[in-house]
Design a binder for this molecule. Structure first.
Ligand code: FRU
Length: 449
């Protein structure tokens, strides 16, 4: 039986839809021991179209069960990104953005509520939707809601802006239905490329010294660190109304430096000490042109986020849960070369680079390495990463450097799943990129130069 092009690249240990298009993860929540992942979905097309919420669930984050489509477009519009929450009395609610075009053909976005059962098998839209009407914002989407215990209120973070929207708005509520606008953050902070800020998340976190911080995660739609979409974060304070950046305004922190890690969201109510985040492994620059027949789009591995102290200050580190990591077979690269048994494997190597030296990593039997780790004369480590053109995707090829800081010896960890590569140095510097290799199980070579 011949394998279709997309089936060849379907990952084994990552979430994909059986059919149709997916983008952002939505409504991530753990209820009664089950992780639920909803996602932006067009069940009828392999391209972004009228958005529905698709739905999958898993007990172990490795084996995913596909469910019926959860949310369908209605008179308010299609169902853009959003979140899920559990109330004190055990009720599950979904909150999403309804999207339609106004008479002038412009985006018109409002926030809507859905009542669900604990099995997440029945979904009833709130009759008074939209719960937050649009007050004239061109960008008003992607609500992420959490319970702010200190203030005793629900807080919603969402993408805000008069036109394309390059800031995050905060609203508060006591009942999830009546909302009050509190503040806006970001107009002058972080990266402002040509794209919108999207899909925020706001997380209370504790640093190794016990100090408390708030981490605000935001998708940068275009001109992120890597060409196209990327995921930035800020470390600061949140008093229930306002987020204040603890770093200088121009500081840019990236959850992942690769091309294919976007719209990251955390699971509600799970792993409070180390929130578990999931992202869409794609990039708006070429997502409509990736090779796709049965399905289009895939999710990253879930990663636990933790604050760690580094020579540059507090940073987020990301760690794949042990149960997921151990589902990959680890190849032995001690001789510098390995032949994986399949296209799904993991590798871990300690690399110690003398100043002025470099190591290359080549995957899929490629002659030209995709990654070169260089330690410059000043002791800073850089990752040069290259990807060749593929098919009709004009903006898919890349060749750029990541500044990984002053690392000395580091642990290189790489998860490979039929073309999707998630690579990290010391769990701190991550780069996620999708490849479409001739031979997904081709040889792996680590070469010192
Ligand atoms: C981010 C995004 C969101 C929006 C959704 C639409 O990738 O553009 O802002 O809600 O995708 O599918």
């Amino acid at each position: 039986m011949s394998t279709s092009l997309t089936e060849k690249f379907r990952p084994k240990l990552h979430l994909t839809a059986k059919y149709g298009w997916i983008n952002d993860p939505n409504g991530l929540i753990k209820v009664d021991g089950i992780y639920h992942v909803f996602y932006q979905h067009d069940p009828n097309s392999i391209h972004h179209g009228p958005m529905h919420w698709g739905h999958s669930s898993s007990r172990d984050l490795v084996n995913w069960e596909q469910h019926e489509v959860a949310l369908f477009p209605d008179g308010n519009g299609t169902c853009f990104s959003g979140c899920a929450v559990e109330t004190d009395d055990g009720k599950i609610k979904l909150i999403y953005t309804s999207h339609r075009l106004d008479e002038a053909g412009k985006d018109f976005q409002q926030q809507c509520l859905v009542h669900a059962d604990r099995a997440l098998s029945k979904f009833e839209k709130e009759p008074s939707n939209p719960i937050i009407k649009n007050s004239g914002l061109g960008c008003f989407r992607d609500p992420k809601v959490f319970w702010h215990a200190e203030g005793g209120r629900w807080i919603m973070a969402l993408a805000h802006g008069e036109t394309i929207g390059q800031s995050i708005g905060f609203h508060s509520s006591e009942d999830l239905i009546n909302w009050t606008f509190e503040s806006e953050f970001g107009n002058e902070d972080g990266r402002h490329g040509s794209g919108p800020w999207e899909c925020p998340d706001l997380l209370p976190m504790v640093a190794p010294d016990g100090s408390k911080h708030w981490v605000l995660v935001a998708g940068i739609g275009d001109e992120a660190y890597a060409p196209g979409s990327g995921t930035m974060y800020f470390i600061g304070k949140f008093d229930g109304k306002t987020f204040t950046n603890s770093n200088p305004r121009e500081t840019e922190l990236w959850l992942d430096y690769g091309r294919d890690y976007y719209a990251a969201q955390s699971f509600f109510g799970a792993h409070k000490d180390a929130p578990l985040a999931l992202a869409w492994s794609n990039n708006w620059k070429y997502s409509q042109q990736t090779p796709a027949e049965e399905f289009s789009g895939l999710m990253s591995l879930p990663r636990h986020l933790r604050l760690v102290e580094t020579p540059d200050g507090l940073r987020l580190s990301s760690l794949v849960p042990e149960s997921v990591s151990s589902a990959f077979s680890t190849i032995d690269l001690s001789s510098g070369q390995a032949q994986p048994a399949s296209g799904t494997y993991r590798l871990e190597e300690t690399i110690s680079l003398a100043p002025g030296s470099q190591v290359t990593l080549s995957l899929f039997g490629a002659d030209r390495p995709q990654f070169t780790f260089v330690r410059d004369k000043n002791g800073r480590t850089r990752i040069r990463q290259v990807r060749d053109a593929y098919g009709d995707m004009n903006e898919f090829a890349h060749d750029y450097d990541i500044d990984a800081g002053n690392l000395g010896a580091f642990t290189l960890e790489v998860f490979v799943d039929n073309g999707l590569v998630e690579l990290n140095l010391d769990k701190l510097i991550w780069t996620t990129n999708v490849y479409y290799p001739d031979t997904p199980a081709g040889a792996v070579t680590l070469t010192e130069i």
